[in-house]
Design a protein around this ligand. Structure first.
Ligand code: MF3
Ligand code: CO
Length: 250
């Protein structure tokens, strides 16, 4: 069942979204050589709590942190720890905040110091694939119109989309119906209606699409060791352009 949010519920989701966006921006600003991924987690935890919100990820299915920090060939769900970021890394941060009964969820990949031109292109294509997808995120379109547009843009640029993990509806629960894949033919899936709130989140590999999960049970990396990037926002479907609930960042 896909829930439609009322005007009041949308107002609450805007508040959750703003805090989530600010937490992502904070994490992104901390991406610098010499910083540990644990330091980013600690700062994000403190910030979310300071806003009167709760970190959505902490203890979610046993996840032990407030943010996912995934470096280079790690795609998603990297667990913060003693790892020290170094010049040239690309660092995906994913964060969720819960307040007033609703979640926000967003992610982005940030450069650590000076990065290669290819790494920057991967980040740019991943971010742009989100914006290509959400051109179709409006009342009357079918859900897979978004998926197909993301996939086409990524593949036209020579990269692969991850199949095993997808975007999702979001609201009172972090993961609601429907699933929002980043691949597939257009014209399928539910028709989009105003009041739907979804997280659209392309995960893009520079090489092949295949992934493997690390022995920690969380960290997902590219099977071929190629770089990966992630970009996500929580959005509201309207009768016009989608409203981005986790943008602008501040
Ligand atoms: N943004 C991710 C998602 O949409 C984060 C969930 S990871 C977990 O699924 F840490 F919370 F488990
Ligand atoms: Co998500």
């Amino acid at each position: 069942m896909i829930t439609l949010k009322s005007v009041h519920e949308i107002e609450l989701m805007r508040r959750a979204g703003k805090i989530t966006a600010a937490a992502r921006a904070l994490a992104g600003e901390m991406v610098k050589p010499g910083v540990t991924t644990h330091e980013i987690d600690k700062a994000v935890y403190r910030f979310i709590k300071s806003q009167g919100a709760e970190p959505s990820f902490l203890n979610y299915s046993g996840y032990p942190a407030s943010v996912c920090v995934s470096v280079n060939d790690e795609i998603i769900h990297g667990i913060p720890g003693p790892r020290v970021l170094k010049e040239g890394d690309i660092v995906s941060v994913d964060v969720g905040a819960y307040i007033g009964g609703f979640h926000g969820d967003c992610a982005a990949t940030y450069p650590c110091g000076k990065i290669s031109a290819e790494a920057q292109r991967l980040i740019d294509v991943t971010q742009q694939s989100f914006f290509e997808g959400i051109r179709f995120a409006r009342e009357g379109q079918r859900l897979s119109d978004i998926s197909a547009a993301v996939q086409k843009y990524v593949e036209d640029n020579g990269y692969s989309v991850v199949r095993e993990y997808v975007g999702h509806g979001i609201g009172r629960k972090m993961h609601e119906s429907p699933e929002v894949p980043n691949f597939g033919a257009p014209g399928h899936g539910p028709r989009l209606l105003r009041g739907m709130t979804i997280a659209v989140e392309p995960m893009v590999n520079a090489g092949g699409a295949a992934v493997r999960v690390m022995p920690d049970g969380w960290t997902v990396r590219t099977q071929d060791g190629s770089l990966a990037a992630h970009y996500e926002n929580t959005i509201l479907i309207t009768d016009g352009e989608a409203e981005l609930l986790t943008l602008p960042e501040i």
